[in-house]
Design a protein around this ligand. Sequence first.
Ligand code: HEM
Length: 502
Amino acid sequence: MELFSPLGVLGVFAGLLLSVFLFLVVYFAYCHSLYAHIPGPKRDSFFTGNMSTLRKRVHEGSNLPEYLYDLMKEYGPVYHIFLMHRAIVMALDAPFHKEVFTTVAHIKPYSGYRYLSNVFGTRFMGNGLITETVPSKHAKRRALFSPAFHRKYLMSLMDQFNFSADVLVNRLTTIADGKTEVAMLDEFNRLTLDVIAKVAFDLRLNITEETESPFVKALTMTMQGIQNSFKAPWKEFSPLPSDRQYRHQVGEAITFLRETGRECVKRRLEAKRKGEDLPQDILTYILQASEDLEGDEDFKMEEMLDEFVSFFLAGQETTANTLAFALVELGHHPDVMHRLKTEAVAVMGDNDYVAYSDLGKLDYMMMVLKETLRLWPPAFSTSRDLGYDVEVRGYTVPAGTTVWLNAYVMGRNGEYFKNPLDFDPDRFKDNEDKTLYAYFPFSLGHRSCIGQPFALIEARVIMAKLLKKFDFELVPGQGFEILQELTLKPKGRSRNYITLAE
Ligand code: HEM
């Protein structure tokens, strides 16, 4: 048989395919062997690992955190799953979390964050604070943004938090007839979007009142796009007209968001050029951070827009979901609701304004929010690639492994939380130390949530005002089903009947 005859070419091609196949078999078997000592579910198939079970669970309406929680119950606190040949290790152990969260050598994996950096080929969060995975670059940027979350600055935001919450109070007053179903998740979403737009970027969206908004549409489309790029990554390259059209729509939505940011940045640059007084908000810090960047003006602008969309994404839905989950819990726990309302009324007195000095007196409120975040952490998971081997409970997790740090599963861990499935805000009265590194709805360490104090102030102001003014009754039939989109949210959208409090 001649080498260049058709049969010869076919033979070479078949040989090549066989070699690639054999290489993959050996490589996958090697990857499997690295984790043979760690418990875990049986792989669905040699090549895809546990992916089909995972997909099946998600398509059946279950979700990733519940699947991982079930695995903890079955395999104990240290286990692995395989996504193709890649092992993911979960180690539900507080010292392990301490090691991983606090050591810079364990870095955020680019593979996990590229879905946010680019959505179906369009730059979304790019190299923003959340998605930047190079530790030195992140540290520099983080240091620049920190003053924007300083206590003094947050104190100056109290008027805006109050003002925005009042807009919602006024809106709800018009529908507080005890008969209209109000999806509080949607109300909170619009409110928190208005707040972050105004206080971070001096941008008036006014969507709490005017519920139709192109900005919200674009944001919703983008979030769906991110979700779909996780679920169906092949759509990025699919030549099917429907997939191309979908990519185009997502691209347009992202472009709309980034163009809104571009206008904001340009306005602020102009104000700076004219020597006007600039507010010390996040946008000003974004401009400052850009001065440090090397590159031409276009490059700098794109990096600023990365931050613009990052803060929108990070600073809005998470807080709205927390408030919505809290109302679901309160609907199921009238005793907690009563205690919370009593506290809000006592702290605010005849005022309709929540002052910064009131926040420290809303003790029970803080415990309720913490407990809500333990059971229902909206940003439920983060991940790291281990920089070196780490020992946990007798198992060695090899360097290079991707570990998932899951606040939802850890929050349900009976080793750290007594009766973990009970909603019991009082557990946060005195067991803080025990829950250290087991409780991390805002993540921990150098990549923890920079907006944590902002979120907790905003949530307390909104909650105190709403509870003082209204009585909420959860529309019957709503349990604790969750919807896992990019974040966790209550599936029933926290629908309530609202009446004016007596
Ligand atoms: C209840 C509300 C919130 C929750 C539960 C939450 C949770 C989190 C979590 C878990 C992370 C780590 C993400 C990761 O590892 O990929 C994070 C990061 C971040 N959050 Fe939040 N967040 C909330 C509100 C906010 C707010 C209001 C802002 C801004 C105003 C914000 C800005 C950020 C930023 C910029 C990061 C990236 C920090 C870094 O990597 O240096 N978050 N958040």
